[in-house]
Design a protein around this ligand. Structure first.
Ligand code: ATP
Length: 242
């Protein structure tokens, strides 16, 4: 579904590349974990996939189509960003209805879709509440619900559980698992090793814009003597030495 070929990217010709020769394939139906510390380049990679940043030609293909040749907004995929991407003074229901309209859903389907996505994210009882008054965990769930409105086949999650309590974290991870079982391909970027270990079937480890290792979770656990953290530390220390 996603194919990335020796992708490099720099924000300015005067600064060092923040992505350096990344090659990666994500199969249809995968629950793929992109693991890396702050500043590794994960958000930049997602922004190139969605078209928020302009991608060089011949470097990223989505379902065989070069994203550099895409005209108009990407279809079939959604990004749930790290920041809260909704209006704090509006209610949960108003936000969902507004973003359903922005995403081009037909008027006749909006109410049903809003209800469905609110249920998926476990916020159906909060539709009349102001988004700004929600707890951090519920704000994350609203962010996720907005990402689900267009019923994407490819869901890109940028640190979906950062800074939230265990209950909300558990709920969000369960929801991601369910979506994946229903054939949504998921790329989950995170710096939480336990999250990636708990959730993903394939994992890529990146740091300083480079892909250090990619494989099935089982393969990576063998390499790390049973621990993703050990593998991660070994790889990042080796990169520093090199
Ligand atoms: P985090 O988890 O902290 O978001 P990340 O792995 O998502 O980290 P990026 O946000 O992609 O990493 O950042 C990679 C590098 O690119 C960092 O050094 C960052 O400072 C730099 N960077 C990000 N956005 C910009 C920008 N708009 N202009 C210039 N440099 C940027």
């Amino acid at each position: 579904m996603v194919s990335i070929d020796t992708l490099s990217y720099q924000y300015s010709p005067r600064t060092a590349p923040v992505l350096d020769g990344i090659s990666l394939t994500v199969a249809d139906g995968a629950l793929f974990g992109l693991l890396g510390p702050n500043g590794a380049g994960k958000t930049t990679l997602l922004s190139l996939l969605t078209g928020l940043l302009r991608c060089p030609p011949g470097k990223i293909f989505l379902n065989g189509q070069d994203v550099a040749s895409r005209r108009g907004p990407a279809t079939g995929l959604a990004l749930v960003p790290q920041e809260y991407a909704f209006y704090l003074p509006l209610t949960v229901g108003e936000n969902l209805t507004f973003f359903a309209g922005v995403q081009g859903l037909p008027e006749s389907q909006i109410a049903e879709r809003v209800d469905h996505c609110a249920r998926r994210a476990g916020i159906q009882d909060r539709l009349r509440e102001r988004a700004g008054r929600l707890s951090g965990g519920l704000k994350r769930r609203l962010n996720l619900a907005i990402g689900l409105l267009s019923n994407p086949r490819l869901l890109l999650l940028d640190e979906p559980t950062v800074g939230i309590d265990p209950d909300s974290r558990h709920f969000i991870l369960e929801t991601i698992r369910d979506l994946n079982r229903e054939r949504t391909t998921v790329i989950d970027t995170s710096h939480y090793m336990e999250e990636v270990e708990e959730l993903c079937d394939r994992v890529a480890i990146m740091d300083h814009g480079r892909l250090l290792r990619e494989g099935t979770l089982a393969e990576l656990l063998v390499d790390g003597g049973g621990s993703l953290e050990t593998l991660f530390l070994n790889l990042t220390r080796r990169q520093l030495r090199d």
